[in-house]
Design a protein around this ligand. Sequence first.
Ligand SMILES: [Zn+2]
Length: 152
Amino acid sequence: MIVFDLKCTTGHVFEAWFANTEAFQDQKTRSLLCCPMCGVADVDKAVMAPNVPTKGNQRLETGVAMVSDAPTAAPDMKAMMAKLAEVQAEIIKKSQWVGRDFAQQARAMDAGEMDPVLIHGKTTPDEARELMEDGISVMPLLIPVIPPDKQN
Ligand SMILES: [Zn+2]
């Protein structure tokens, strides 16, 4: 799934999710897209930020592994989440706590401005959403973490 910023002829900008670029083109060609604010069917991609790192673009092209949320998948999901929590516990042992600098450092590594290392820290839900939308490989921690400055 990829997200595009779309813009209608009236100037409203809104986000829409598509399976891929082709799906967007297909829906646009068939006039299936319309502005949620004024209903105008004449919408197109809004101009994107010009300084998107090339690496991020490549990741968008290859796509992100997604899982459907079918109710029958729930018991398996629970086992998977437990396994993921175990893996995260191992990662955290080698990872550096960066606190509130997490989003900033994750972006710096993605842009190649600093060496990639394992980090964990805190972001706001909005920052986390933006990181994932920008194709930066982060995931929510499933286990409680005590910041080093709170430890005895
Ligand atoms: Zn509109």
